[in-house]
Design a protein around this ligand. Structure first.
Ligand SMILES: [Zn+2]
Length: 61
């Protein structure tokens, strides 16, 4: 079973995944930076549900 630990922005489609940023603290830091820079709301996901849908939308652009 593969669990994709990721964080994604509900406002603009910004996304950070474990595949590109393996360190949990690094993903958290990037998410906080994005929030501070844009005021957007970043959520955490595990690759299921809304997170998976967001990934598909992001990749097909
Ligand atoms: Zn954003």
């Amino acid at each position: 079973m593969t669990i994709i630990q990721m964080k994604y922005c509900v406002d603009c489609g910004w996304l950070i995944e474990a595949s590109s940023h393996p360190e949990e603290y690094e993903r958290g830091r990037q998410a906080i930076e994005h929030h501070l820079e844009t005021g957007h709301y970043v959520r955490s996901g595990d690759g299921v549900g809304r997170a998976a849908e967001s990934t598909v939308e992001y990749e097909t652009k």
